[in-house]
Write a protein that binds this ligand. Structure first.
Ligand code: OGA
Ligand code: MN
Length: 214
């Protein structure tokens, strides 16, 4: 199993948990998924670059609009410019390959951004993808700090309006879910909250259709 040798031990354990939970219920919540040094470095980077974060946009391509009534966080795309970013992107690449192999999905890439929620910021209930309209297949959220209260991620049942998970952000926790299937929201933050939200994508034409999250 040559590929397993290239995966560090902790993360290969996390990957197994992620795959099992996804197979069972379509989403996964794994604490301490990424080692602390990497999380600390990503947090330090996000904090030092926070003046470069911009108001998050809603929609796709020509329909991109600022929508601060729906979400009020600020974001910055990762581009692999630091060692910590590269380490994180490498891990997501390992996860992408294993998800493809387990679930026979043609996920072809991963895009992700830092997000900063200040006290009072929120993201109302939304889907990251609409069936057949978007190329986002799996959403990931990695938390970089641990606010005392607030800023929980609420995940709703796919067909009912029922809250099935309310996940407090904790540094190192990775949440992963099927983008078309689970409406979710970020409850109002009481403290500054840093995360990396990302999407594994498949290659299809979206022909300018509206995607509620970008
Ligand atoms: C998003 C999102 C959830 C979170 O950015 O689309 O839903 O917990 N984020 O930050
Ligand atoms: Mn979302």
């Amino acid at each position: 199993m040559a590929i397993m040798n290239s995966i560090d031990f902790d993360f290969s354990l996390s990957i197994e948990q992620i795959l099992d939970q996804i197979a069972e219920r379509g989403y996964a919540i794994v604490e301490n998924a990424i080692d602390k040094e990497c999380i600390d470095a990503l947090l330090a980077q996000a904090q030092s670059e926070h003046s470069e974060f911009v108001t998050a946009k809603i929609g796709r391509q020509s329909q991109l609009t600022e929508a601060t009534s729906i979400r009020s966080d600020k974001t910055k795309w990762l581009n692999g410019s630091s060692l910590a970013e590269q380490t994180y992107l490498d891990k997501m690449e390992q996860l992408r390959c294993l998800i493809n192999r387990h679930f026979y999905l043609g996920l072809f890439d991963y895009e992700c951004h830092f997000a900063r929620y200040n006290k009072g910021d929120f993201y109302k209930k939304h889907l990251d993808a609409f069936k057949g309209r978007s190329n986002r297949v799996f959403t990931t959220v990695l938390y970089l700090n641990t606010p005392e209260t607030g800023g929980e991620l609420g995940i709703y049942c796919d067909d009912k309006d029922e809250l099935i998970e309310k996940i407090p952000p904790r540094a190192g926790t990775l949440v992963c879910f099927e983008s078309e299937r689970f409406p979710h929201q970020v409850f109002t933050a009481s403290d500054v909250r840093y995360s990396i939200a990302g999407w594994f994508r498949k290659n299809n034409s979206i022909s300018g259709m509206v995607d509620p999250s970008s």
